[in-house]
Ligand binder design. Structure first.
Ligand code: SF4
Length: 377
């Protein structure tokens, strides 16, 4: 469900919009500088309708006033805007972080969170419901409580690998609103005669839509898939091997053979997921981009998330304080089960995309070395 608050629209008349635009343009021409910054457009009722950023703020702001077609997004935003505010930041990286923070805080109606950074990376989201399933997601959207695995390179390859994982473990992948019926539920009259798709008939889905599986059994199989994505590779394989041995012992050779095939597919899928998974662990360092505007800051980044933004230390005392903060961030052992808290997804995408687009920025990072060997002397 969208968390964005619906507010009444205060669309101004054409004449008012033109007069306001002229005022804003005059201010931009007279005051804005071409350095990194973030900006907000507000409607007459005070609502922040758009947040943007640019490494060349003046150029970006002027571009709004050159929008030719009335349908252009920029022209539409400008028509609704009564006020334009901006703030300078030290670097383009800072502008991206600040823009994201403000979009999350205000949820402006003309912004889409994380869209820009989601082009090259994707996540696997656990979709809750009567029968849980996995979905490929390009960002957190509005699901701030979900469980996400990733990031992975390439949404299409990820879709393919996930389809195989679903097939191997017999999990559903149908539309989320497909009604589910378990074999142990009370009202078995309501169960449809035929499954919603062919996957159950060809042995690729346990069939929770036609009461072909008990709730617990489906949940256990889903748990195996989760364990697989969390990196506990032996757990699903061991469970399937046990089931295979039981089937053999009962002379259910067809079932045993099917389980053997699933084990083989999981083995190759393990390598496939490992290839696609982006190693967020590599994004653990102190990053100090060159400041274009104002004082430089250092970002303490752990596993692709900015854990602290600190002034670059200039004195021995500041450096000790800096080291103490960084130590407190880097030292604790963190759970690494491959999941990312939903509220960190967009920032992780931002940081990952930044260093993928600008790999030379990695030269401005340093592994954390406390006390005298710190590079921020
Ligand atoms: S067989 Fe049923 S539960 Fe499985 S994917 Fe198809 S519709 Fe969904």
């Amino acid at each position: 469900m969208s968390r964005r608050k619906e507010r009444p629209s205060f669309a101004p008349s054409a004449a008012v919009a033109v007069a306001r635009a002229a005022e804003m343009l005059a201010r931009v021409k007279g005051e804005a500088r071409d350095v990194p910054g973030v900006y907000e457009m507000r409607a007459a009722n005070g609502e922040i309708i758009y947040v943007g950023k640019s490494k060349k703020l003046r150029t970006r702001l002027l571009s709004y006033f050159r929008a030719v077609y009335p349908g252009d997004k920029g022209a539409r935003i400008l028509r609704e805007a009564a006020e334009l505010q901006w703030e300078y930041v030290p670097t383009e990286f800072a502008s991206l972080l600040e823009e994201l923070a403000r979009i999350k805080r205000y949820r402006p109606r003309h912004n889409v969170v994380g869209k820009r950074d989601a082009r090259h990376f994707a996540f696997i989201r656990v979709a809750r419901g009567a029968a849980e399933s996995f979905r490929v997601a390009r960002g957190s959207g509005n699901d701030d409580n979900g469980t996400y695995f990733g990031p992975f390179h390439g949404a299409m390859q990820l879709e393919e690998a996930l389809r195989e994982l679903n097939d191997a473990l017999g999990l559903r992948d149908c539309a989320l609103d497909t009604p589910m019926h378990f074999a142990d539920q009370a009202d078995l009259f309501a169960v449809p005669r035929t499954p919603g798709c062919i996957r159950h008939e060809i042995g690729k889905c346990m069939g929770p839509c036609v009461a072909a599986v008990r709730r617990d059994d489906y949940a256990a199989r889903f748990g195996l898939a989760r364990a697989f994505l969390e990196g506990a590779n032996d757990v699903p394989v061991a469970a399937l091997k046990r089931a295979m041995d039981e089937a053999s012992a009962k002379l259910e050779f067809e079932r045993a053979a099917a389980l053997r095939d699933k084990i083989g597919r999981l083995d190759s899928l393990r390598a496939q997921f490992a290839r696609l998974r982006f190693a967020v662990e590599s994004l653990t360092f102190v990053y100090t981009p060159v400041a274009v505007e104002g004082d430089a800051v250092s970002y303490v980044i752990r596993r692709g998330r900015v854990r602290a933004t600190l002034p670059v230390p200039r004195t021995a005392e500041q450096r000790r304080a800096f080291d103490a903060r960084a130590t407190a961030i880097f030292a604790p052992v963190e759970r690494t089960d491959g999941t990312v808290p939903a509220h960190e997804i967009d920032e992780l995408l931002l940081v990952t995309s930044w260093f993928t687009r600008f790999p030379r920025e990695l030269e401005r990072t340093s592994g954390f070395a406390p006390a005298s060997s710190s590079p921020h002397a």
